[in-house]
Design a protein around this ligand. Structure first.
Ligand code: HEC
Ligand code: HEC
Length: 199
């Protein structure tokens, strides 16, 4: 059973890809794509309805559809590096990527449980100086800029560190490299806690 594939590592990856293949093979055609069915495979990591149960895996729920599609295409082209996601998204047709982006954008995401008030205040302070310009005062982003509100703390922290230290080549975006260049680890921690707490 696909839903029961809980083994870790390569075996798990292989099972997931097999399951994904089975789901896609059942699709009667491009016009009858059932995004929710494909999403059952994604749910193994991104959670039911795109609300991730893992701190280092992003929520997809409530994310801007164009941002989601852009990131899927970045995985497919290798511009954004993650071995598993690259293979996963390459196996999806463009129409399937689009319908998945729409599906996830329509899901709602609950805010995380709040961190300490001092940490949140520090994060808010920095957010309102720099980040709001692109991601919006409410953290909901725009068509092109990611929604940050309610995002997983561990994922945001790791992602900001990656932009700041671009030598790791996981994500390359000049705007984010610039926005994070001056951040200390403590500021990154505070920012991650703050955006996760945004409704
Ligand atoms: C084996 C676990 C796993 C599965 C299954 C999986 N993902 Fe992912 N996905 C990840 C991880 C881990 C990341 C974060 C990569 C990083 O750190 O940059 C990610 C990132 C993403 C992102 C980028 C989100 C953002 O905020 O930038 C999108 C979009 C995405 N996945 C879509 C999907 C879709 C659609 C599916 C199903 C077809 C899927 N994923 C299945 C593990 C998974
Ligand atoms: C000049 C515009 C701009 C500013 C200012 C900016 N960002 Fe971004 N941000 C972007 C863009 C564009 C992306 C998508 C980049 C990509 O494709 O990797 C992004 C992506 C992100 C992501 C990844 C989201 C995801 O789901 O993977 C995080 C986290 C983030 N920004 C946080 C911040 C924080 C925190 C600040 C303030 C320190 C900030 N950004 C300031 C434009 C901006």
């Amino acid at each position: 059973m696909c839903a029961r594939a809980k083994n870790k590592g390569l075996v798990w990856t292989a099972v997931l890809i097999q399951c994904a293949g089975a789901v896609w093979a059942q699709s009667p055609g491009a016009d009858a794509i059932n995004a929710a069915k494909i999403a059952a495979v994604c749910a193994n990591c991104h959670g039911d309805n795109g609300i991730s149960p893992y701190p280092h895996i992003p929520n997809l729920a409530g994310q801007n559809p164009r941002y989601l599609l852009t990131q899927m295409n970045h995985f497919a082209s290798g511009q954004r590096r993650n071995e598993f996601m690259e293979g996963m998204i390459r196996a999806l047709k463009p129409r399937e990527r689009e319908s998945l982006a729409r599906f996830y954008a329509e899901q709602t995401v609950p805010p995380r449980s709040p961190a300490s008030p001092a940490l949140l205040a520090q994060g808010k302070d920095y957010y309102e100086k720099v980040c709001f310009r692109c991601h919006g005062a409410d953290g909901r982003g725009t068509e092109d800029y990611a929604r940050l509100a309610g995002q997983q703390t561990g994922y945001v922290q790791r992602t900001l560190t990656r932009y700041r230290d671009p030598a790791n080549m996981v994500r390359k975006n000049p705007l984010m490299i610039e926005a994070t260049a001056q951040l200390t680890d403590a500021q990154i921690q505070a920012l991650a806690a703050y955006v996760a707490s945004m409704p």
